[in-house]
Design a protein around this ligand. Structure first.
Ligand code: SF4
Length: 238
């Protein structure tokens, strides 16, 4: 493989630069080179001022979500060889830029916290553990895989436009607990998602589902919760 790729990288320090600029870096393409490895190469050998977030390098921690060639992706699992001769690398769209590719995730985490992302239980704690059958575990498999990368959050126009709307990531997490056989907080959770900032704000555009690097469908979770809200309302339980 003897080829050079140009990384065209978004650069901005909001304290110093009124507008962003794009900087080009030439990278020699080697087998298996990911976008993240290429960014590390730039940082370590070419430009120590480049800022980006990363941690596990294994598509598990969710830190390296970026907008790469017009799509939200994880830099650590994106092969450079699949992206053409010029690769545009930008921060996740619609989130405030702290520096270069690093965005401010405050709103994302605030929304996440509002859905109480842990088991709500009323019964007395069991002596050992709360058991779950393999069949029940399977029902939440997809949503447990969420790595909180914010790729869906940044792709949803309603999410970044409406600060109150919980958005696809938080709602997907909410569904993960509603569908969990061990959780006892369904009514309380449905009351929150039945509100103005909940599931009915979703316009079913599927942007979140399309952009999720873990192939999770927050749209499906939102539709399921809409059904549950309707059913509870019809039966007078909500
Ligand atoms: Fe990322 Fe997908 Fe989770 Fe959204 S649902 S935060 S895109 S892993």
């Amino acid at each position: 493989m003897d080829k050079t790729v140009t990384l065209r990288v978004y650069r901005r320090d909001p304290d110093l630069d009124p507008a962003p600029k794009y900087q080009n870096y030439q990278i020699e393409l080697t087998p298996g080179l990911t976008v993240l490895m290429a960014l590390y190469h730039v940082l370590e050998n070419v430009d120590k001022t480049l800022s980006f977030r990363a941690s596990c390098r294994s598509a598990v921690c969710g830190s390296c979500g970026m907008h790469i060639n017009g799509k939200n992706r994880l830099a650590c699992e994106t092969q450079l060889s699949t992206l053409g001769n010029e690769v545009l690398i930008e921060p996740l769209p619609h989130l405030p830029v702290l520096k270069d590719l690093v965005v401010d995730m405050t709103t994302f985490w605030e929304k996440y916290e509002r859905v109480r992302p842990y088991l709500i239980t009323m019964k007395q704690d069991p002596a050992k553990e709360r058991l779950q059958s393999p069949a029940d575990r399977k029902k939440i498999d997809e949503y447990i895989d969420c790595i909180l990368c914010a790729c869906c959050h940044s792709s949803c126009s309603l999410d970044w436009w409406d600060k109150e709307y919980l958005g696809p990531a938080a709602l997907g997490k909410m569904y993960r607990f509603i569908a969990d056989s061990r959780d006892e907080g369904e009514l309380e959770r449905l009351r929150l998602v039945a509100s103005e900032e909940g599931v009915f704000r979703c316009h079913t555009l599927f942007n979140c589902t399309e952009e999720c690097p873990k192939k999770i469908s927050p749209t499906f979770a939102i539709q399921e919760m809409k059904k549950r809200v309707f059913f509870k309302k019809l039966t007078g339980k909500l």
